[in-house]
Design a protein around this ligand. Structure first.
Ligand code: AKG
Length: 321
């Protein structure tokens, strides 16, 4: 056999579809005696390892073609901003086609429009969990457990309002505050379109996001569809479809190591760059990549307790080894 790097060269070219006899010629031109070159290519082509790798490679290429087809044929038209559809249209037109959209009239139906101050007034004494000390950590969302602190909502809101701009403290989904008994009364305010959600599961199937201007949740995907309700302040959201190859290549866990600016600058990547204003709700289908930055002090409620089966925990392209 020739040196390892030449063997890899043979395998890579075979997988690209180059004919074995051309590879023999290539090895000979690279200095290998013809007999050795022929034996090397012949043994690689017949080896069980290569046969398995070729099968896997075919499968990956087929899936890559599906992704490419979706990226081109399935290029979404501009993101829709519209009043909330009925449940039939939500599930048929947006959910079933993995299409994000902004619904403009959901939060306005709530009995109270939450602000950080009004939450403090009503629930100031409630014990909550938040993440603090995030700025010293390059990956605070991955390492969120290390940043957990118990404090009262009043303490948290005071700290948050003392900050003009920053990503140091943030009350995030993983803090799981919506199911806390002391905050249960929040649910009395929330009025949702009929037939979309299972009311029983709302407290556990939702997440309160509360933080100053400047919080950043980097590019990631969820493993369920969510309705992201922006209650107070604005957030900038960049969205890209699950089948975006460049993001998939850099997937790690539920995150992608690709920089959001690169996504926006790359003309081959379909993306939406939107400002979610107070009162607007963004439907984010499972798997859609999103990067979220608060432009103002912000209160958001993300809900995934839909009436349809909505748990796709198996969807972890960034976990594939
Ligand atoms: O608001 C944020 O910072 C992030 C929200 C988000 O990414 C989510 O709910 O999945």
């Amino acid at each position: 056999m020739v040196a390892d790097e030449w063997q890899r060269w043979v395998v890579e070219n075979l997988l690209r579809g180059v004919e074995p006899h051309e590879l023999v010629t290539g090895l000979v031109e690279g200095g290998a005696p013809r007999g050795l070159a022929e034996r090397t290519v012949f043994e690689i082509v017949r080896s069980p390892g290569f046969v398995t790798a070729r099968d896997r490679d075919h499968w990956a290429k087929r899936l890559a073609q599906v992704a490419r087809l979706l990226s081109t044929v399935g290029k979404p038209s501009p993101l829709e901003r519209r009043p909330a559809p009925d449940a039939f249209e939500l599930f048929g037109r947006y959910w079933a086609t993995s299409t994000p959209a902004v619904f403009t009239d959901i939060v306005s139906r709530w009995r109270t429009q939450w602000t950080p101050q009004s939450l403090r007034e009503r629930f100031g004494g409630a014990k909550i969990e938040a993440c603090v000390g995030r700025e010293g950590d390059p990956r605070p969302d991955v390492n969120w457990r290390a940043h957990r602190r118990q404090l009262t909502l009043a303490e948290y809101v005071d700290r948050m309002l003392a900050v003009d701009q920053g990503n140091d403290l943030y009350l995030i989904a993983n803090n799981r505050n919506t199911a806390r008994g002391e905050l249960r009364a929040l649910w009395d305010d929330v009025v949702l379109p009929s037939g979309w959600f299972d009311a029983q599961r709302l407290p556990h199937g939702s997440a309160l996001w509360l933080g100053p201007a400047g919080t950043v949740t980097p590019l990631h995907h969820d493993t369920s569809n969510i309705l992201f309700c922006q209650v107070h302040g604005r957030k900038r959201v960049v969205l890209a479809p699950p089948w975006t190859e460049a993001l998939l290549r850099k997937a790690e866990g539920v995150y992608s190591r690709m920089d959001v600016q690169q996504v926006l600058d790359d003309d081959d990547i379909v993306s939406f760059d939107l400002t979610l204003r107070p009162g607007e709700s963004l439907f984010i289908p499972a798997g859609w990549w999103h990067d979220v930055r608060a432009l103002d002090a912000s209160v958001s409620l993300a809900i995934n307790a839909f009436v349809r089966p909505n748990s796709f925990g198996w969807y972890t392209p960034g976990g594939v080894r």
